[in-house]
Design a binder for this molecule. Structure first.
Ligand code: AMP
Ligand code: MG
Length: 699
């Protein structure tokens, strides 16, 4: 019973909810193999039924098995069907409703039908909650008005859950009765459409490729709250979280949840397994760890090209950070974990783009005179009256256009005596006016998951009414230097000792990318001490960047330790500067073992670690921007490796640091970026175009 696709549907018993996404409407969300789509808003049942039918058809045609969940009861308390239809077959109730329910976007007969059903029962009830103005025969407004109808108040399923509403209640906050009446006919039609290819749980064995189940998102209410960004529509979030949770659930666990005793009342998926379901839903916050073999790359006798090494990281690395909701003001430099939708249109209403006078356009060529109406429309203080034809109104930039105004005259183009304005036409209709939503429409995706939030994004989201966003927790990067020869700035140093240059440099570089940095200090060339440092660092960091000791020599303890983990890979990359890159997982925490040489450490960090960290932080793989600019140097380069030269711009041309020695760290300060000379052999002469990458274009 393995499902390829999970579809979760939050149904509604109400009327059409309009074009823009709203709560208490129908929301659906699909997930495949643990990857979830963006939730879809469906404004009414007619649109929703079409969407769901098309979706199931498409999945079925593609050969994918679907589990589709609907959040309303599939049955009534035992005995109801017998009284209504003369049989215990739950589908008889479905068919009964399907032939009698009349449903249109803004009107349906559910209350009348409930009254008709009540008339078939003794006493008063069982249905109640007439939500209409007019009285309906046999349908009481209050639940307490019912008596002697002979039906149990709750199904066995509802008796087991706190907070579940009985199917008899048709209106009032939380009521589900209307959803059932307005949902069963749709399910009946799905059964008819898909025939033998569809089965309904728990009434039928789930052998066909489409399974329909009853769900209740409140079973994972805690996880929904914990993961929901404020401002997000709850209905959207809960179908998404549920779809994702079920999609990632191991098949055996899902099979266990689906294994329930026979019943004609229907059952809620996950009932009796609430804790496991909630845990799985909360677990969606934490991403799965990287695989032990994520750095394993076939190594031949040849050196690995830079592009192949990057491609491997790009393919194998995934986000390692959990997600959280933060207020808009705290979102700068954070990476979006979900698409951001506009909460309102921008501008929310048609308004004036300039200070001037509003009227109904267009104006013909020649002189036009318009009488001024009393009052004005200012930003935040709109004019509430109507401006009659042939009149104009004083209007200020950003003010809503009043009724009767669609065009604005620029103040400077107008002469006025206080009673009327005159100006030279022509002027097009709509001139100097902004349309509602011309910038952003409510519900529109304005920023995509994976994006690092810029200051401009904060402005865009604020304008679109977004108050908080779902982001990845900041990636926590540990920086470690290794080597007995290293000293701290301020320490005395003998001839054989050098100051640790890599750590302050890499700490600052990584911090400038917006990550949390943990300074892990220096490790001596001592395997036992290094092991202790790594053990501790792995508990605190999402990823470790270490420099030195990464080759295969006697004192290369980082390589030696990683080798013992079973996840070690020593990449020999065809690149200058750079030596092997040692990669591995230390207690599930990825370690980038960079060369000790400061220039090589810096270049390897920019070329490999920068885009890799972006992916692990929940972002995208980022290629730096390359500018093709004329060279101001001569260089003959061998075939078979890529070279990065310290470079800067002088008079529009790229100059390079006089020495290519990778120990010459001062060249990094001299440079403003790197020149990238690609793998093939090449002769560069002054004036030839070369790829220049400014340092600040890495991430
Ligand atoms: P290793 O990869 O450990 O063999 O180091 C290569 C070269 O880089 C040696 O000359 C080291 O002394 C030097 N080196 C290693 N780590 C650092 C550091 N943190 N700062 C400056 N130089 C370093
Ligand atoms: Mg060393």
């Amino acid at each position: 019973m393995i499902f390829d696709t999970i579809l979760m549907v939050d149904w509604s018993g109400g009327n059409d909810r309009g074009a823009s996404p709203k709560k208490d409407a129908i929301w659906v969300c699909a997930a495949r193999q643990g990857t979830t789509d963006t939730p879809v808003y469906l404004r009414n049942r007619q649109v929703a039924e079409g969407w769901i039918t098309d979706f199931l058809y498409a999945e079925h045609t593609a050969g994918r098995r679907v589990l589709a969940g609907f959040d309303f009861a599939f049955g009534y308390p035992a005995g109801f069907g017998q009284s209504l239809t003369g049989t215990d077959d739950p589908f008889a109730i479905w068919d009964w409703f399907e032939t009698r329910v009349e449903d249109a976007p803004n009107a349906n007969n559910r209350f009348d039908l409930a009254g008709e059903i009540n008339a078939l029962f003794p006493g008063t009830g069982p249905f109640w909650g007439n939500g209409l103005q007019r009285d309906i025969p046999n349908l009481p407004r209050k639940g307490l008005a019912r008596e002697d109808h002979g039906m149990t108040e709750k199904r066995a399923a509802e008796q087991q859950t706190k907070g579940a509403f009985p199917v008899w209640q048709l209106s009032g906050a939380g009521a589900v009765g209307s959803q059932v009446i307005m949902g069963l006919p749709m399910l009946t039609r799905l059964r008819r459409t898909f025939g033998q290819d569809l089965a309904v749980w728990p009434f039928e064995p789930l052998t066909p490729p489409i399974a329909i189940v009853e769900i209740w998102p409140s079973l994972i209410a805690k996880a929904v709250t914990a993961t929901m960004p404020a401002g997000q529509i709850k209905d959207a979030h809960q179908v998404q979280l549920l779809a994702q949770t079920l999609s990632q659930m191991p098949a055996s666990e899902l099979a266990q949840i689906l294994d329930v005793p026979p019943t004609i009342e229907g059952w809620i998926l996950g009932l009796g397994h609430e804790a496991a379901l909630e845990k799985a839903a909360l677990g969606q916050l934490a991403p799965p760890p990287l695989r032990n073999d994520c750095f394993a790359m076939p190594q031949g006798a040849h050196w690995t090209p830079v592009g192949a090494a990057q491609q491997h990281l790009r393919d194998k690395l995934t986000c390692v950070t959990a997600t959280e909701a933060v207020a808009l003001k705290d979102a700068a430099n954070r990476i979006l974990a979900q698409d951001v939708l506009a909460a309102r249109s921008h501008p929310p209403a048609p308004n004036a783009a300039v200070d001037g006078y509003g009227f109904t356009g267009p104006a013909p060529s020649g002189i036009t005179r318009l009488k001024l109406v009393e009052g004005r429309s200012a930003a935040g203080a709109p004019y509430t009256g109507t401006v009659p034809l042939g009149h104009a109104i004083r209007i200020l930039t950003g003010a809503n256009l009043p009724e009767g105004v669609d065009t604005v005259l620029l103040q400077e183009d107008v002469s006025t005596n206080g009673d009327e304005v005159s100006f030279h036409g022509p002027l097009k209709q709509g001139a100097n006016a902004r349309n509602a939503g011309e910038d952003m429409q409510a519900g529109q995706t304005i920023l995509h998951a994976g994006r690092k939030v810029t200051p401009a994004d904060l402005g865009t989201m604020a304008a679109a009414g977004v108050e908080s966003v779902h982001v990845n927790e900041p990636l926590c990067v540990g920086i470690l230097s290794t080597g007995d020869e290293l000293r701290e700035p301020g320490d005395t140093a003998t001839d054989g000792q050098i100051y640790d240059a890599n750590r302050p440099m890499l700490c600052a570089l990584v911090a400038s990318w917006g990550y949390d940095v943990i300074d892990l200090g220096r490790a001596p060339d001592d395997r036992i001490k290094l092991r202790g440092i790594l053990d501790d660092a792995a508990t605190k960091c999402d990823v470790i960047l270490s420099s030195g000791g990464a080759s295969a020599g006697d004192e290369d303890h980082m390589s030696a330790l990683l080798e013992g983990t079973g996840s070690f890979a020593l990449w020999r990359i065809a690149m200058k500067p750079g030596r092997p890159l040692a990669l591995g997982l230390w207690n599930e925490t990825p370690v980038f073992g960079l060369p000790g040489n400061p220039v090589a450490a810096m270049v390897c960090t920019l070329i490999f670690a920068a885009p890799a960290l972006s992916v692990m932080a929940g972002g995208t793989w980022k290629e730096p921007t390359r500018y093709m600019l004329p060279a101001a140097f001569t260089k003959s380069k061998k075939e078979g490796r890529r070279e990065y030269l310290r470079a800067r711009l002088e008079n529009g041309a790229v100059t390079i640091f006089p020495s290519e020695g990778s120990g010459r760290i001062s060249g990094l300060s001299w440079a403003t970026g790197l020149v990238e000379l690609d793998d093939p052999a090449q002769e560069t002469a002054p004036g030839d175009l070369v790829a220049y990458i400014p340092f600040n274009s890495f991430i």
